[in-house]
Design a protein around this ligand. Structure first.
Ligand code: PEP
Length: 257
């Protein structure tokens, strides 16, 4: 069965004390409230600021189905790149996930699909799972180009991988116009794009890979709208920004399947 995931992207928010409290609250919830509905409990990932990765990872260690992730990594493993974090460092800190290509990295830091393909490669080569973000800006959707934009992002970023390597990745579809805006994609819009992405995967690899592949939705997903988004057959969970900063809201989202 396809893995369900709810992931929180803390971005550049919270003090260390607040981050540790949030991590502990989420770990407590995940331990004490196992869901026994049809789909089972989703995996939960917390993408913390890099400086909090070690203490938060230590704090939640041993919690089943809960892991941490970095919000970015460099394309190289080491060297004279002041201020950067390599995937080797991330992995050596016991962290098993990394976000690649969040729209804020693409727009503020000029990360191209080609650069992101290198990050995917180096993450996989070092045993870290890349969660690859894709999604169109509003003008692209209004012009009817959203399918082509997402196709290009996925083809360049991921479709050069072998079937075995590709199956280790996760896609988060995040329409940029929905990120941090309070405007969510409708369940129909989310399902339409997720089904399209799954079709691309099926055509590139095969129907089995596509069927087993996890595709998350992100963009103003919150405790109120998560259930109707996750109810769509091709939406396997969410990448949550703002609503991942409050334990109560985030835990409601975890229960939204
Ligand atoms: C995000 O940053 O990945 C995100 C989805 O943010 P928000 O939930 O705040 O829209």
């Amino acid at each position: 069965m396809r893995k369900k995931i709810v992931a929180g992207n803390w971005k550049m928010n919270l003090s260390l004390t607040e981050g540790l409290e949030l991590g502990a609250a989420i770990a407590g919830f995940v331990k004490n409230n196992p869901l026994d509905n049809l789909n089972g409990q989703p995996d939960v990932i917390m993408f913390t600021p890099s400086v909090y990765l070690v203490p938060v990872t230590e704090k939640v260690a041993g919690t089943p189905k809960l892991s941490t992730g970095a919000q970015n990594c460099h394309t190289e493993l080491k060297g004279a790149y002041t201020g950067e974090t390599s995937v080797k460092m991330i992995q050596s800190a016991g962290v098993i996930n990394v976000l690649v290509g969040h729209s804020e990295r693409r727009s503020y830091f000029g990360e191209t699909n080609e650069v992101l393909a290198k990050k995917v490669e180096i993450a996989l080569a070092n045993g870290v799972t890349p969660m690859y973000c894709c999604g169109e800006v509003l003008d692209e959707r209004n012009a009817g180009n959203h399918f082509d934009v997402v196709k290009e992002q996925i083809e360049t970023g991921l479709f050069w991988l072998s079937e075995e390597e590709f199956a280790k990745t996760i896609i988060a579809y995040e329409p940029v116009w929905a990120i941090g805006t309070g405007v969510t994609a409708s369940p129909e819009q989310a399902q339409e794009m997720h089904a399209y992405i799954r079709k691309l995967i099926s055509e590139k690899y095969n129907p089995t890979v596509a069927e087993n592949y996890t595709i998350l939705y992100g963009g103003s997903c919150n405790a109120k709208n998560a259930a109707e988004l996750f109810a769509n057959k091709d939406v396997d969970g969410g990448l949550i920004g703002g609503a991942s900063l409050q334990a109560e809201d985030f835990c409601k989202i975890i229960q939204s399947f």
